[in-house]
Design a protein around this ligand. Structure first.
Ligand code: NDP
Ligand code: 8X3
Length: 251
């Protein structure tokens, strides 16, 4: 794995940052993406102790910049082997009748269209060398809709469909495609969903032991280190206390 190059979107926090840290530990060269330049710089400076790191600062909604930056990577980083489509968030938790249309735009533009733009920019590299691995970060919300989850759940159901569609269309081209679908993971996810209401965000993970971002990073590492003929197509993971999108055993 030391000769491999991985591009990770949403590497400034949570699952993406934990994955970057684990990959760096194993010597995988990294292209780390996110909007927050200061965080990318700090993470890069830490991980550069273990591996080569290049950062790309962009909003995945900004299609021109996504293509421009990925198409103009320095030679040392241009032959990407692994794409982790992780960038995304929920915005709001409201009924369909009370939902904010700007939140809807953000979730569909980031979680669905942003994932498509990054994939479309990376795919020519994979197709040219007839190899590559795409890991799409879906969610239990992409398997089961929960109350007030409407558009976030729709965005993750779309990721589920895109994951299947990618695997079908890329079949026979040497490219692995698979989704990891986490349940509740204690990251900045709820902080973003509740727009900085830390108290409300913390409550989401109280009374039980949620997944940690490192748990998901471990599973991603497992997926990318399978033998060449093995593809993890779709994997759902929850913490012990969680049984479904709506059933969580809290103390
Ligand atoms: P975090 O909020 O901790 O991380 C989200 C990451 O996405 C950040 O690095 C953020 O970077 C990046 N991001 C968000 N919006 C954009 C944007 N417009 N352009 C570029 N990057 C963006 O949350 P998680 O680590 O939990 O989330 C990662 C993925 O995991 C998401 O797809 C989420 O839906 C999914 N997921 C999370 C679960 C959970 O319970 N936490 C469960 C199931 C799935 P920056 O702000 O610097 O741009
Ligand atoms: C994130 C998990 O249950 O908050 O996708 O939607 S959940």
């Amino acid at each position: 794995m030391k000769s491999k190059i991985a591009l990770i979107t949403g590497a400034t926090s949570g699952i993406g940052k934990a994955t970057a840290t684990l990959f760096a530990h194993h010597g995988v060269s990294l292209i780390l993406c996110g909007r927050r330049q200061d965080r990318l710089d700090a993470i890069a400076s830490e991980l550069q102790k273990n591996t080569n790191v290049h950062t790309l600062t962009f909003d995945v909604r900004d299609k021109e910049t996504v293509f421009e930056k990925i198409q103009n990577l320095p030679k040392q980083f241009s032959e990407i082997d692994i794409l982790i489509n992780n960038a995304g968030n929920a915005h709001g938790l409201d009924s369909i009748q009370d939902g904010n249309v700007d939140d809807w735009d953000a979730m569909l533009d980031i979680n669905v269209k942003g994932l498509l733009y990054v994939s479309k920019a990376v795919l020519p590299i994979f197709l040219a060398k007839k190899s590559g691995h795409i890991i799409n970060i879906g969610s239990t919300a992409g398997k089961e809709v929960y109350p007030n989850g409407n558009v976030y759940c729709a965005s993750k159901h779309a990721v589920d469909a895109i994951n299947q569609g990618m695997r079908i269309d890329l079949n026979g081209k040497g490219i692995k495609v698979g989704a990891i679908n986490p349940g509740l993971v204690a990251t900045e996810f709820s902080e973003v969903r509740f727009k900085g209401d830390t108290e409300r965000a913390e409550k989401v993970y109280q009374g039980f032991s949620p997944l940690q971002p490192e748990d998901i990073a471990d599973i991603i590492w497992f997926a990318v280190t399978r033998p060449p003929h093995v593809n993890i197509a779709d994997l759902t993971v929850m913490c012990l206390a969680q049984a479904s999108s709506t059933i969580v055993n809290k103390n």
